[in-house]
Write a protein that binds this ligand. Structure first.
Ligand code: SF4
Length: 300
């Protein structure tokens, strides 16, 4: 079942009673048991690809080699990656062995800026660590980006300090009820904020970019999210994303709209009003441009 994944004792221990993320399901993933993320300890990499759409300071000209894991420890109603992130679907795995996966990563890394990003890694930290250790053992040391929904445990993040160079957390909600309704998660605002605090403690300003996706008609959620982030530092890098795209018909009417210019401007203005200073502001025109298609392995 483990497809020769070279887990070390620490990782085996993590998987034997899984508390990798704040859901703390305590299932034995090595024996095939599954918790909320419906993922055991085998390979769950849906796609490895070169991606040029991340923040310019990371993707540079040649792009970033992104590793997309199947399934997720959140289940966001409006997720753009549902093809691979929906825990109700079978785990999508595109590689029959760990060695095949490493070969593919090495190939894509060569085309990129030598930056390796792990997307939605919180439930796959053991596998991520095994990948990084294996590359290091072969003398390959790319810059490592941890691209997360921020629903992470501080204790687990502490043990990632030596593995990760840049944290890219998405601080999704300041509104606890919205988090529960849209992502099936308890106490998200506080847990995610503590996780981002730990990331900032480890890497400082140069190693953290906090993302926030502005949802249509949820401007107060976005403003309070910025307020919470500013508690960590007024100099923290914040990337405000306007790319929200409805991917299906939702029962929440507001999710069937796009963000409008007035809403976006209000959030951008608030960013400066409260004293934040390091902002990256996505063009509103990026709506629809950044929706991945995992069946055709492309970005539409
Ligand atoms: S990683 Fe998965 S199994 Fe482990 S605690 Fe989180 S949701 Fe549960």
């Amino acid at each position: 079942m483990l497809q020769n994944i070279p887990y070390d004792d620490y990782e085996l221990n993590l998987l034997s009673s899984c508390q990798l993320c704040p859901r703390r399901c305590k299932v034995n993933r090595l024996k095939g048991e599954k918790g909320f993320c419906q993922t055991d300890a085998s390979l769950n990499v849906a796609l490895v690809c070169n991606h040029k759409g991340e923040e310019p300071s990371l993707s540079g000209e040649k792009g970033i080699c992104n590793v997309f894991f199947s399934h997720c420890n959140l289940q966001c109603t409006y997720c753009q990656n549902k093809q691979i992130s929906d825990n109700k679907n079978e785990v999508k795995n595109s590689y029959s062995t760990f060695d095949d996966l490493i070969l593919e990563i090495k190939k894509v890394l060569q085309e990129s800026e030598n930056v390796l990003g792990f997307v939605s890694p919180s439930h796959s930290i053991a596998l991520m660590r095994a990948i990084i250790r294996t590359l290091h053992s072969q003398g390959i040391y790319p810059k490592i980006v941890y691209n997360t929904n921020a629903y992470d445990r501080v204790e687990i993040l502490r043990d990632l300090e030596e593995f990760v160079d840049v944290y890219l957390p998405d601080y999704k909600y300041s509104d606890i009820l919205l988090a529960k309704e849209l992502s099936r998660v308890e106490n998200y605002p506080e847990i995610a904020l503590k996780a981002i605090e730990e990331m900032y403690r480890q890497k400082g300003r140069n190693g953290v970019i906090v993302r926030h996706l502005i949802l249509p008609s949820q401007i107060n959620n976005s403003k309070k999210a910025l307020w919470n982030i500013s508690d960590i530092s007024f100099n923290i890098n914040v990337s405000l994303m306007s790319q929200y795209t409805p991917c299906e018909q939702y029962k929440q009417e507001y999710l069937n709209q796009y963000l409008n210019e007035k809403e976006y401007q209000e959030v951008c203005d608030y960013f400066y009003e409260i004293g934040l200073s390091q902002g990256l502001f996505q063009e509103l025109s990026s709506q629809n441009n950044l929706v991945p298609d995992f069946d055709s392995n492309s970005w539409s």
